[in-house]
Design a binder for this molecule. Structure first.
Ligand SMILES: [Ca+2]
Length: 539
């Protein structure tokens, strides 16, 4: 199969957008050289052969991020129910990363970490959900703009966060192109026409400039149109229910509805790829497709377990590296910003602790490529307003190829939020089912997995237990592994100046929440205000 050729040509079913493709024996079979310079030259020559135009020296950068999608839920990742031909097209033309770990299981801190290349616990207010995004933190789109890139976004950029009052002229992910909207979309789907907006962005690009574009889908974030999955022809019986959710019709239907939103996102991605192909730009565009956090279900999103932090990731840049590969190296979401900057020839600021992925991408290998990529960290502070006094649920995790080690810094708090509402779980049929059956045999175990208090340490063997339901932290058989991981965790997070390791972590409880508050939870509930009880730690 000539995967590269498939990527550069529009997908089947969209004939109006097809671009001419060279015969199979033409440049897509060109030999590759091992040095970056040589490969870039080959890419430009190939582009010239296909389009008759000289390609830009630096690549375009297209960052595509869905909202709440776990790693397993894509065709290329092995799911047979959800259909994601556009994601699969990128994975086939490039690299499918099977161990991509976000820095946080919630929208705002995850996106802030991507943009800054820094862990969310270094980002002050931006490390919590719906607070300020301080303008002192440098983001990769601004560095690329300063280097001559045309920069923009459509859909959801950084956020939810208050960036305007923090001094930004526009979203930290870039100025928005958002004029085009669909007249009719199903309930729960954003009317934003992402591909149409991308067209406008390309039309507004000054001649000869490379671009940096952020396509942030609002899907598959809740709410969903109930029954949309079954109505689209999917079968409840075909759903693979994760082991932390009850296997029942309500949950199966909820997962199918989630799938229909992934498919909407994927169709828009397909259109964007077709636009690029049509413009002759796909060859020299570094395309990254991922998500910000996992599926919006109990014990998934907003949780430091696999379904919360382990996300889909496909990366392609046909002019530069060989496709059709699956790489098992652990990728941290802090690695994206350094990758984009290195690809553009921009110096990576020392404060960005991620590592550019170009060495892995340039390798022609699959499986384990870079022996040093064996760990990623994730964490969370406050997500929704879910506890008395607007407290968060501070925890961090170390993910290795074998284990997930979690430390919960406040085990006396409720992980999904106070029992008044368990508001750290997005409302929907799966949550309703669990909470309504919390005292009944069919619901109790799953309710406790999602909502009951957790011990200070958790350890999961993710090779045997990717659902993260069997905590091995007290297991004698895993004691040596737990000790080794705990020591590594302490050493690394201390070096990365995590306030939770330095004894100043309560500062996170002081940061304002700009989204609506829930006074019924009690205590401090002033929207947009710092909590004075915790502000004393502020520098
Ligand atoms: Ca999200």
């Amino acid at each position: 199969m000539n995967t590269r050729r498939d990527f550069l040509c529009a997908v089947a079913g969209a004939p109006a957008l097809l671009v001419p493709c060279p015969p199979d024996s033409a440049p897509s079979q060109a030999p590759r050289q091992s040095t970056n310079t040589g490969i870039r030259r080959n890419g430009r020559e190939l582009h010239q052969a296909v389009t008759g135009l000289a390609a830009p020296r630096r690549p375009n950068i297209l960052f595509v991020i869905s909202d709440d999608q776990s790693w397993l839920h894509a065709g290329a990742a092995g799911d047979r129910v959800v259909k994601t031909p556009a994601f699969d097209r990128v994975a086939q033309a490039g690299v499918l990363f099977s161990n991509a770990i976000s820095n946080s299981p919630g929208c705002a801190p995850s996106r802030a970490a991507i943009l800054t290349g820094r862990p969310h616990w270094q980002l002050e207010e931006a490390g919590t959900h719906a607070s300020y995004f301080p303008s002192k933190f440098q983001v990769y789109p601004d560095l690329l703009r300063a280097a001559g890139y045309h920069v923009g976004l459509t859909g959801k950029g950084a956020g939810p966060c208050n960036f305007k009052d923090a001094g930004w002229k526009h979203n930290p992910a870039g100025p928005a192109w958002q004029r085009r909207r669909f007249d009719n979309v199903p309930q729960g789907i954003s009317p934003e026409d992402y591909a149409g907006n991308f067209d406008d962005f390309l039309k507004d690009r000054p001649a000869g400039q490379p671009f940096c574009f952020w396509f942030g889908s609002h899907e598959p974030h809740r709410a969903y149109l109930k029954g949309a999955g079954v109505k689209s022809g999917k079968r409840l019986a075909d759903v693979a229910v994760p082991p932390f959710l009850p296997d029942c019709e309500e949950v199966r239907g909820d997962i199918l509805d989630y799938y229909t939103e992934i498919e909407h996102f994927d169709r828009q991605l397909g259109k964007v790829l077709d636009r690029l192909a049509q413009a002759g730009e796909l060859e020299n565009t570094l395309v990254v497709v991922t998500a910000d956090n996992g599926m919006p279900f109990p014990r998934a999103k907003a949780n430091l377990y696999e379904y919360g932090i382990h996300l889909p990731l496909a990366v392609a840049w046909p002019a530069r590296f060989k496709g059709g590969r699956r790489v098992e190296d652990i990728v941290s979401f802090l690695d994206f910003a350094p990758t984009f900057l290195e690809a553009a020839g921009v110096k990576v600021p020392e404060v960005m602790t991620g590592r550019s992925l170009l060495n892995v991408l340039d390798s022609s290998r699959s499986g384990r490529v870079d022996a040093q990529r064996i760990a990623a960290y994730s964490g969370r502070e406050r997500h929704s307003h879910a506890r008395r006094d607007n407290l968060g649920y501070p925890c961090r995790a170390l993910r290795t190829p074998e284990y997930l080690y979690v430390r919960n810094f406040a085990p006396g708090r409720w992980p999904a939020g106070d029992p008044e509402g368990f508001h750290d779980i997005d409302n929907g049929p799966s949550k309703e089912y669990l909470v309504a059956r919390r005292e009944r045999p069919e619901g109790r175990r799953f309710f406790e997995l999602a909502c009951a208090r957790r011990p200070g340490e958790e350890l999961f063997d993710i090779r045997k237990d990717p659902g993260c339901v069997n905590n091995l932290a007290a297991s004698a058989a895993h004691a040596a592994a737990r000790q080794r991981l705990a020591a590594e965790f302490d050493r690394t997070l201390t070096a990365l100046k995590d306030p939770r390791l330095l004894g100043t972590g309560d500062i996170f409880e002081s940061y304002p929440r700009h989204s609506p508050m829930r006074p019924e939870l009690g205590g401090f509930a002033e929207q947009g205000q710092y909590n004075p009880a915790f502000r004393r730690n502020r520098e």
